[in-house]
Write a protein that binds this ligand. Structure first.
Ligand code: DP6
Length: 342
């Protein structure tokens, strides 16, 4: 049996808008998390003659957290269709896929990134077992490439603790096709950054990311936004090197608000923030002003708030969360996580 644990990631510079076959309209950069992950296991055996003769291109079953989940089949089928050109053995075997998340399914935490990344790495391991050989680097690049075809942000969840996806002139080796571990200097303040995820709204999103990305086609602010993301990567590169937390905060919070501004100014427009998202943001700003503790936030495509802060501020920030912010979370729920050290 093959298995792999793929982590969630949270983007600092956001991917929002795509072109071609799942290529990003601008480069993005993310922190890889430690405690939020998807673990996937696969058993596989050769398909029988009759199964192949049935005309079905693929044969698999899927269970999630121990229960068969036929509702996930179309997603996996589409994914297999997209990647079969790169892994032709997919047609010849039956796959029993089992998956579980370390975080609650209804938490509103996007699981597609970690799920597609885990599945892709498992399939790459199978490809190796079946006799394919890869140099170390080529293995991870192809795993990330395949994950991208499942879900863009998934390509940033295969390896590395700070990860870049999308070509950027300041980052040698960066590519639109796959992610790479961030190759430039990182000041120690950013090496074990903390991320506490406030679960503001655990409901299903009303608008999927895929739909949102498509609304960037013909969006009135698209070009300026893509240029800004490129510029924000330059700024992050400088803050990572120098340890400039203030500039880091400016970039990260601006990226989060810009992402949501793009949603609010597309046609159709939509709002994924909730009143408690805004309440929490106000309180973070107030807290930072009063204490000088470099606590900041980012958002993904939903209402939840990711709190980012250096490890050295953990005690104070945890107290602040419990005393002031937990009341704005559904069921007072939040998840402490930190940037992976791989
Ligand atoms: C807001 O990767 O979920 O989280 O490629 O259509 O599957 P698809 O979209 P997805 O988009 C994630 C967008 C984001 C920002 C980010 O992670 O960079």
């Amino acid at each position: 049996m093959i298995s792999f644990k793929a982590p969630s990631n949270i983007a600092l510079v956001k991917y929002w808008g795509k072109k071609g076959e799942q290529l990003p309209a601008n480069p993005s950069i993310s922190f890889t998390l430690t405690h939020c992950y998807t673990e996937t296991s696969i058993e596989y055996e050769r398909r029988s003659e009759s199964s192949i003769a049935s005309g079905e291109p693929f044969s698999f079953d899927f269970s999630f957290e121990g229960q068969p989940k036929p509702s996930f089949h179309p997603k996996i089928h589409t994914f297999f269709e997209r990647i079969v050109a790169y892994l032709p053995f997919l047609k010849d075997y039956h796959f029993s896929i089992a998956s579980h998340n370390s975080f609650p399914h209804s938490s509103g935490i996007a699981s597609s990134a970690s799920a597609m990344a885990a599945l892709s790495v498992c399939l790459m391991q199978i490809s190796k077992e079946l006799g394919e050989t890869y140099a170390e680097e080529a293995f991870w690049q192809k795993a990330s490439f395949l994950a991208r075809l499942g879900s863009g942000s998934a390509c940033r969840s295969v390896r590395g603790s700070i990860v870049v996806w999308g070509e950027h002139p300041a980052i040698i080796g960066s590519s639109d096709e796959y992610s790479i571990p961030y190759p430039l200097p990182v000041h120690e303040v950013f090496q074990n950054y903390q991320d506490t995820i406030l679960l503001i709204d655990r409901g299903q999103k009303q608008v999927s990311s895929t739909v949102g990305h498509n609304l960037m086609h013909g969006h009135p602010f698209a070009e300026a936004r893509f240029a800004q993301a490129n510029e924000n990567i330059n700024k992050l590169v400088r803050s990572f090197a120098s340890g400039d937390v203030e500039r880091f905060i400016e970039v990260v919070e601006s990226e989060a608000l810009t992402l949501h501004a793009m949603m609010q100014t597309s046609i159709p427009y939509f709002i994924l923030m909730r009143p408690n998202t805004l309440e929490v943001i106000q309180r973070i700003w107030q807290y930072r002003k009063e204490t000088n503790i470099p606590l900041c936030f980012t958002l993904d495509a939903g209402a939840n708030v990711h709190l980012l802060y250096p490890k050295t501020s953990t005690t104070e920030v945890k107290w602040f969360i419990e005393e002031e912010l937990a009341q704005f979370c559904e069921g007072r729920q939040y998840i402490h996580d930190e940037v992976a050290t791989i």
